[in-house]
Design a protein. Structure first.
Length: 201
């Protein structure tokens, strides 16, 4: 089981996110005037999408794909760590990551250790007991919804990647992912041979 407990910045560059037992909702505040009265119920630009992006970034989303780098350095400096605290199968895990892709990880009461992105993903996969069936990021990609998803696409976790969607689905249903990967490789070999045959005719 994976549970997110909180997300924060070491120098309080954004409001700390604290998650409690059960279902949690991230809801933006309505716009307020100078007297503190609600002037609009619109919640655009209140940080909901950024909250999801911060979680995804701290959970080792590929740096080149993360919109965290679009946040100005005046708001989130390059060396400012985004931290996430998780409970993974009963272990207390804290991860820190900054825009320079410097990564820190602490497990239980141990010290923070500097890791590369690859070793951090491997360590998280081991903690999740994924047994090399799927990667840690494949697990996250299946579960985390980004801001471009809508209610109409809610059930489509990977609109552009049916292979990844099927792989994660097989894993959650306890079906042999490795066998699917072998079949997929054989299919690719067959398709490449079919292409050669068509070209040589």
């Amino acid at each position: 089981m994976i549970r997110i407990n909180r997300v924060w910045s070491e120098d309080k560059k954004f409001k700390e996110l604290v998650f409690h037992t059960g279902m949690n909702f991230i809801v933006g505040d309505g716009s307020k005037d100078k007297d503190g009265n609600t002037s609009s119920e619109k919640r655009n630009g209140s940080g909901k999408s950024l909250s999801i992006e911060l979680i995804n970034f701290a959970l080792m989303k590929r740096g080149t794909d993360s919109r965290i780098h679009d946040v100005p350095d005046t708001i989130l400096p390059q060396n400012s760590f985004v931290y996430i605290n998780l409970t993974i199968n009963g272990r207390d895990v804290t991860i820190g990551r900054n825009k320079k892709n410097e990564i820190l990880m602490k497990i239980d009461s141990g010290p923070f250790q500097e890791l590369t992105e690859v070793t951090a993903k491997d360590e998280l996969a081991n903690l999740c007991e994924l047994d090399n069936e799927i990667s840690f990021r494949e697990l996250c990609n299946f579960l985390i919804k980004e801001s471009h998803y809508s209610y109409s696409s809610f059930l489509y976790f990977f609109p552009s990647n049916a292979i990844d969607r099927l792989t994660a689905s097989l894993y959650f249903f306890g079906l042999p992912v490795s066998m699917f990967e072998q079949l997929r490789q054989k299919q690719e070999e067959y398709e490449s041979l079919s292409t050669v045959v068509r070209v040589t005719k």
